[in-house]
Design a protein around this ligand. Sequence first.
Ligand code: DC
Length: 209
Amino acid sequence: MIIAIDGPAASGKGTLGKRLADHFGFAHLDTGLLYRAVAGVLLDRGTPLTDRDAAAEAAENLDVSHLDAPNLRGAEMGEAASVISAYQPVRDALLAFQRQFGSQEPGAVLDGRDIGTIVCPDADVKLFITATPEERARRRHVELLRRGENVEYEPILSDIRRRDERDMNRATAPLKAAADAITLDTTHLDADAAFWAALAIVEKSAPKT
Ligand code: DC
């Protein structure tokens, strides 16, 4: 059983994915962390993000055992991940791991930008989670402040708009809802309400769960 969750930056898909996975006893993969980890390798080495070959090499040799490193979750890493994720060889290198993750029993929840379209096109349930850029920026602002990052709201909003633009308009695996995905707009939902709404969709789409 695979639950595919896609959506733009800071739409809450990661939190939702984790809660759904916990609820069903499934494994959960926040695939954005893979792209963040690749970007992290380049930044650590001082390699420019424009070096496509270095990015592809970092993706091919990625050590996936440190995806819980807190530094991957910062704003700088998200922006860097958005840049290197547009390179096709980087995406190709990360595909097999994601598909393998999705094949585990009793099930897996994967969240990202292209899960329902490219990584798991046969997923049992596909959710597309969205919210207005202003609401996503507000949530990200609160989250970063809580983590001790001293940031203003306005630059976060510009950052989210820039990432939406890049993620949606890139040539390779652009962010978009799969034709058979169900869209959930969480602009006016808190995390609990979003979870219950998503759970209802999953139970309706895959009654065997
Ligand atoms: O979900 P996130 O903010 O952690 O993702 C960081 C960047 O990684 C995002 O801007 C685009 C890229 N990404 C991707 O291209 N495909 C995915 N499945 C997940 C993330």
